[in-house]
Design a protein around this ligand. Structure first.
Ligand code: ADP
Ligand code: UVW
Ligand code: MG
Length: 385
């Protein structure tokens, strides 16, 4: 049906729009994604559900194009890319750089190629939007050879989400994005914040992998790398095991002791649980530090965007982050903030506030659909060979 969007278990959508036949968008999930209607208990189950949804569509000859969200494009991909064997090989070489995300994405990509050979596939990368980031932000101050020979730099992630909400914010502010300085906070299971400077990314909080930056559901965010050496000396644990713990057993889950779902942590905080209270305080404190830093790095942002499961749905977190900034020119409208409903986009600052704050539901799938169409228009192939 034209215009129809089917949201199956996990993140498979069939979007019946655009030129030619139907298009399916696949986002292999990382863990529980309850806010989008998926009831999986763990990552393996989520992957199983996505594959089942792919198989359910595989007899459908009208699906001509499949768009995939892929988290890491490294230095090998700088835009949406039509998939062939070489592309798969290059993606294989990036597996280690996003260990939570790349294996399921590749598994789903392979399943789609095998089961739906009639469809073209396009991979759309979280990293592409951040390719415009200047060296002052994307370089780490480490030995030069790490950069030139080993690709050690800030890549940045959630680019599909940041790009989508920046575009929507420009519409809502009625100004071209080339004139806007924006801060976009994507707060989901993974979380990152991006400073957008009049058409390009100035800086973003995730780094070489999606581990750096903000405190997340199960990821640590800020950490002195010397901690790894200290723990290795004291416990004998190897580096791979530590990185695994930093990805899966850290963040809100580690501090609260209550798992990664911020809803449960906020509920425990309301009951006076000290670990839950500390987890929320650390989460908000880290976020406020980044917002302050980016506001100054941009020489003054015009608007701040909240998106992702937490950014879109938690008025409490938004209030904790934004309270007390009137002296900087951001006047929270507490009533508008509390009144925001799921799926709604809108302003949560007073109309007189010089700096605006907006809630914008992200739609990575829609941007993937657009990018997949654009990448296949005229048989054009993008990305470095
Ligand atoms: N009302 C809410 N209050 C606080 N947190 C929420 C709320 N609704 C959803 N969340 C959080 O959003 C997270 C999921 O965000 P989402 O962006 O959908 O995830 P993902 O990063 O997997 O795409 C959940 O783990 C949950 O902690
Ligand atoms: C890059 C990343 O962290 O993605 P997600 O939030 O989907 O885990
Ligand atoms: Mg997400």
């Amino acid at each position: 049906m034209p215009g129809e969007v089917l949201r199956a278990a996990g993140r498979v959508e069939r979007i019946g729009e655009g030129p030619g036949g139907a298009l399916m968008v696949v986002e292999a999930p990382v863990g529980r994604c309850a806010s989008k209607g998926c009831d999986c208990v763990d990552h393996a189950q989520a992957l199983e559900q996505v594959l089942a949804a792919v198989y359910a569509h595989c007899q459908d000859p009208s699906i001509e194009l499949i768009g995939h969200r892929v988290v890491h494009g490294g230095a090998l991909f700088d835009g949406p890319t039509v998939v062939d064997d070489t592309v798969i090989d290059r993606m294989e070489s990036l597996l280690e750089m996003a260990p939570l995300h790349m294996p399921p994405a590749l598994a789903v990509l392979r399943a789609c190629r095998e089961r739906m050979p009639h469809a073209r596939q396009v991979v759309c990368f979280d990293t592409s939007f951040h390719r415009s980031m200047p060296p002052l932000a994307h370089r780490y101050a480490v030995p030069r050879r790490w950069y030139t020979d080993h690709g050690v730099r800030r890549y940045g992630f959630h680019g599909l989400s940041h790009q989508y909400v920046v575009h929507r914010a420009a519409e809502m502010l009625d100004r071209p994005s080339a004139q806007l300085k924006l801060i976009s906070a994507h707060l989901g299971n993974g979380a990152s914040i991006t400073a957008f400077d009049r058409g390009r990314v100035l800086d973003t909080s995730m780094g070489f992998t999606p581990l750096e930056g903000l405190i997340m559901g199960t990821r640590c965010g800020p950490l002195d790398p010397a901690v790894l050496l200290h723990i290795q000396r004291r416990t004998g644990m190897n580096l791979a095991a530590m990185i695994h713990l930093l990805n899966t057993q850290s963040g809100l889950q580690a501090v609260s002791g209550l798992g990664r779902d911020l809803r449960a942590i906020l509920a425990a905080r309301a009951e006076g649980d000290p670990d839950a209270t500390l987890a929320v305080e650390m989460y908000v404190h880290t976020l406020r530090k980044y917002i302050g830093a980016y506001h100054f790095a941009l020489d003054g942002a015009q608007a701040l965007i909240f998106t992702g499961g937490i950014g879109e749905n938690s008025a409490a977190v938004r209030a904790l982050v934004l309270e007390g900034w009137a002296h900087l020119g951001l006047e929270l409208d507490g009533v508008a903030n509390a009144a925001m409903t799921a799926g709604q986009a809108g302003f949560i600052t007073r109309s007189t506030s010089p700096i605006k704050a907006l809630v914008i539901p992200t739609d990575e799938e829609r941007l993937i659909a657009r990018q997949a169409h654009a990448a296949t228009a005229g048989g054009q192939l993008r990305g470095r060979p």
